[in-house]
Write a protein that binds this ligand. Structure first.
Ligand SMILES: Nc1nc2c(ncn2[C@@H]2O[C@H](COP(=O)(O)OP(=O)(O)OP(=O)(O)O)[C@@H](O)[C@H]2O)c(=O)[nH]1
Ligand SMILES: [Mg+2]
Length: 348
């Protein structure tokens, strides 16, 4: 089963998270511009991919894009081919990177776009938003990251871990891996009903934000399940009632799907399974965390003068013009032009 699900970790956060999936026996590859970051990971060398001529991006998303664009996108092509080759038997690829860093954040949307164009796999994204103590640069990176991601058509589920939810980032990685692994393994053979492989994958194929929680069978009740929809490791979900799929797999008879649905909003589809050793709830097709991103935008706006001064000092002026993008964000974007040039896909 696990061979169906490939994990690509980009940058430091991606590398750390991918390691937790490696331990759970998923096929894993990690890529980074910094060899030292790769060296720090407890993974076999053949899982590690160093981007040629890279030595870190120091929180500069543009730097990794330029590196991928050099020589007619040579590095970009090499990296994409490596991913396609390694995960050729996978049905779903999870791309993991922080939104606030340079390397992972700069690469992920571009790789997502190309994998959608060039494969028929479901491409899911796992990212994290910076905690409140992060630097302005991280908030700007985060905003740009979501702007690019949002414009990509045909992508699968996006998981957004909120780094404010735990001071220990490794705990967040482990919790997420535990929840996703539980969902990927939630196909039972109960006569009461199952969530089958096709249903699991249609939850993952859904564009928009996705959350997965796991509850042990002793404590899972309608109330605890509902509480954890909002108090968990993820960015806060929007209060707009937008939702596409709800999958609930029971381990006891104490959770009522109807009440869970009433709490979130009416989805297009619900799936219900039984007799798992833990209760698992997956919700996909949620809105991206626009309220959270709006707060981040506010933080950037409040510091505009500082940012402008710093950008002028380094004669880098692009970002001041491109930060207004969240306005009117709810409207559906036109279909991505599949004939875009490879370089365009780097969002340069
Ligand atoms: N949840 C989680 N967040 C992490 C982890 N490692 C780093 N972060 C967060 O990610 C952001 C920094 O991004 P990194 O992933 O370190 O950056 P990178 O992709 O390696 O890019 P550069 O080092 O800037 O080239 C910060 O907000 C960190 O708090 C991790 O293992 N888990
Ligand atoms: Mg790094």
């Amino acid at each position: 089963m696990r061979e169906r699900y490939g994990v690509v970790g980009l940058g430091s956060m991606g590398g750390n998270s991918a390691t937790t999936f490696y331990i759970k026996n998923y096929p894993v590859m990690v890529a980074n511009t910094a060899q030292s970051d790769l060296d720090s990971l407890d993974l076999p060398e053949d899982c590690k991919y160093h981007i040629l001529n890279g030595y870190g991006s120091s929180k500069d998303r543009k730097r990794v894009k330029q590196l991928l664009a050099e020589n007619d996108c040579e590095n970009f092509d090499l990296l994409i081919n490596e991913i396609k080759e390694r995960f050729r038997d996978c049905k779903v690829i999870f791309l993991i990177a922080s939104s606030g860093g340079g390397s992972g954040s700069g690469m992920l949307p571009a790789l997502c776009q190309r994998l959608i164009n060039e494969t028929d796999k479901i491409i899911c994204v796992v990212t994290c938003t910076p905690d409140d103590n992060a630097s302005l640069k991280e908030f700007m990176n985060c905003y740009e990251f979501f702007r690019e991601l949002e414009s990509i058509d045909g992508r699968g589920a996006t998981f957004v871990i909120d780094n404010n939810k735990n001071r220990n980032k490794f705990t967040l990685n482990e919790q997420f891996a535990c929840y996703l692994d539980a969902f990927l393994n939630c196909e039972t053979n109960s006569t009461l009903g199952v969530v089958d492989r096709a249903e699991i994958e249609s939850v993952l194929a859904q564009k928009g934000m996705c959350i997965i929680n796991k509850y042990n069978s002793e404590t899972a009740t309608t109330q605890t399940v509902i509480e954890k929809i909002r108090e968990n490791i993820y960015a806060p979900i929007e209060a707009d009632g937008v939702v596409a799929n709800i999958a609930l797999v029971h381990s006891n008879n104490k959770v009522r799907l109807k009440e869970v649905v009433e709490n979130i909003g009416q989805p297009l589809a619900t799936y219900e399974g039984h007799e798992l050793d833990a209760t698992v709830l997956a919700i996909s097709g949620l809105s991206l965390p626009y309220t959270k991103l709006e707060e981040i935008k506010q933080k950037i706006d409040d510091n505009k003068d500082v940012i402008k001064r710093n950008l002028t000092a380094t004669s880098e002026r692009r970002l001041t013009g491109s930060i207004d993008f969240l306005d009117g964000i709810t409207s559906e974007k036109p279909k991505t032009d599949k004939k875009k040039s490879t370089r365009d896909m780097l969002f340069i």
